[in-house]
Structures are given as structure tokens and as C-alpha cells.
Ligand binder design. Structure first.
Ligand code: ATP
Length: 233
């Protein structure tokens, strides 16, 4: 059964329509990418899934049930975690304190401090440092770790590799692969094909607030030139 889905969603910012009849879904254990250029509507889709944006038309579904009216905190308790583009690390709290908040706020489950430290050893090394002393890559690791500690069934990740050095991107890709291998569904927003091609099972291409193309990663490879055109600036 589809874990999380949007069905025919329209979203407006004031009078400007940001999403047009968007329908998409993610299955348990799947990695799905939303790809598109700057301003295409990708973040708006994630925010609609976690309840930060209200759709004027359409529905949000969780395991087939209608959860359109639920707030972000209620959706979080169902098992949806969101790692925003700006990461929202508490800059004056230590790495450990950032993690502890997620543990306290989250659901019970198999993800604990020891497990996120194993995944991202640097978070143990930097446990007592303030959040704002971490590099961009380390902050992203902390943001993902915090999401995991809420023990969700699906993790929504907004441009987790944006602006990071290739070596760090490779580390994050490996970590996301491991997280998925342990059963977590991932919905990943990216502006280019690099990470989605390595990681995702299925892809959606977004442009001007609508889904322009969807298919498997093999389909994407076969249509790569056309899709590059859809997402190029
Ligand atoms: P980015 O890569 O920049 O995050 P995106 O594909 O995620 O791009 P969105 O952030 O979803 O795109 O933006 C979609 C459209 O909605 C853009 O035209 C953007 O300017 C507009 N928009 C986004 N947030 C707001 C807001 N809070 N108020 C008004 N317009 C907004």
C-alpha cells in the first residue's frame, strides 16, 4: 500500500498558483526523487506532504487514509519526517542536544543515538560542539540524524547535497543508501540528476508546478537527454 501520496493537489501562494494538480506517491521502502530547476515547485510539494502548505484542491493520503486536514506535528507522529533545505539546526545547542530534542519529540523505534553515531561518526566526535560550528556537510548529517531519531517511516529530504563538496556528497549518498537498506523510504528533492541516478528507484520531473515526467531510473537513463532539457536553466 502506498505510504504517502498527494492526489490532485493545487497550492497557491497568494494569487500565484505554485502547484497544479500534483499527484505522486511513495511506497514503503522506496527511494523516490523529485527533480527540477530552481523554482519548479519541488519544495512546495514536500511542504504540502508534511502539512506546511495547505492544498486548496486535492488530498493527502497516508496508507490510503485521508490525512488532508492534519497539521505537521500530527503528520510527524504518523511517521513522516522532514529535513528542510536550510536544515534548521539549533545553532547555540550542542550536536548532542540537537539530537536529544529529536529523541524526545519523536516516536519510539529502532533508531537511537548509537545507531546514528555509527552512521555518522563525526556526530559523536563533535557531540559537545555548538551546531553552528559544524561544516555544511556535518550540519546535513546532523539534520538527517535528527530526522532518523524521530523514527519515521518516510524521510523527506530537501536538496540534501546542495552546495557540498563531491567527497561529502558521496558520503551522504552512501549514508542514504544504508538508511534505505534498513527499510526507510526516502523522498529526495534535487536540482540535477547526479544523486537521483545513483540512489532512487523512481523519479518525478517537476516544472512550472506540475509533474512533467515520471518513470523508473532505467526509464530516466533511456530518456536522459530530453529530461536534462526539462531541468536545465
Ligand atoms: P528551489 O530549488 O529554489 O527550492 P523549488 O523547485 O523547490 O525551487 P519552490 O520553492 O517550491 O520551488 O517554489 C515554487 C514557486 O513558488 C516559485 O515560483 C517560488 O517563487 C514560489 N514560492 C515559494 N515559496 C513561496 C512563498 N512562501 N511565497 C510566495 N511564493 C513562493
Amino acid at each position: 500500500m502506498t505510504l504517502l501520496a498527494l492526489e490532485g493537489c493545487d497550492v497557491f501562494y497568494g494569487k500565484a498558483q505554485a502547484l497544479h494538480r500534483v499527484s505522486l506517491g511513495i511506497e514503503p521502502g522506496e527511494v523516490v526523487s523529485l527533480i527540477g530547476r530552481n523554482g519548479a515547485g519541488k519544495s512546495t510539494i514536500l511542504k504540502t506532504m508534511i502539512g506546511l502548505n495547505r492544498a486548496t484542491g486535492g488530498r493527502r493520503l497516508w496508507k490510503g487514509g485521508d490525512v488532508t486536514a492534519l497539521r505537521p506535528d500530527q503528520l510527524g507522529r504518523l511517521g513522516i519526517a522532514y529535513v528542510p533545505e536550510d536544515r534548521r539546526i539549533f545553532s547555540n545547542l550542542s550536536v548532542d542536544e540537537n539530537l536529544r530534542i529529536a529523541t524526545v519529540m519523536g516516536r519510539k523505534g529502532g533508531w537511537n543515538a548509537a545507531r546514528v553515531h555509527k552512521l555518522f561518526p563525526v556526530l559523536r566526535e563533535r557531540a559537545s560542539q555548538p551546531g553552528d560550528t559544524l561544516s555544511g556537510g556535518e550540519q546535513q548529517m546532523l539534520a538527517i540524524a535528527r530526522g532518523l531519531l524521530t523514527n519515521p517511516e518516510v524521510l523527506l529530504l530537501d536538496e540534501p547535497t546542495e552546495g557540498l563538496a563531491p567527497l561529502i556528497v558521496d558520503q551522504l549518498v552512501e549514508a542514504m543508501r544504508l538508511i534505505n537498506a534498513e527499510g526507510m523510504a526516502l523522498l529526495l528533492v534535487e536540482q540535477n540528476l547526479r544523486v537521483p541516478m545513483k540512489l532512487a528507484h523512481r523519479q518525478y520531473v517537476i516544472d512550472h508546478g506540475a509533474i512533467r515526467w515520471t518513470g523508473t531510473t532505467a526509464d530516466l537513463q533511456a530518456n536522459r537527454d530530453d529530461i536534462e532539457k526539462l531541468i536545465s536553466l
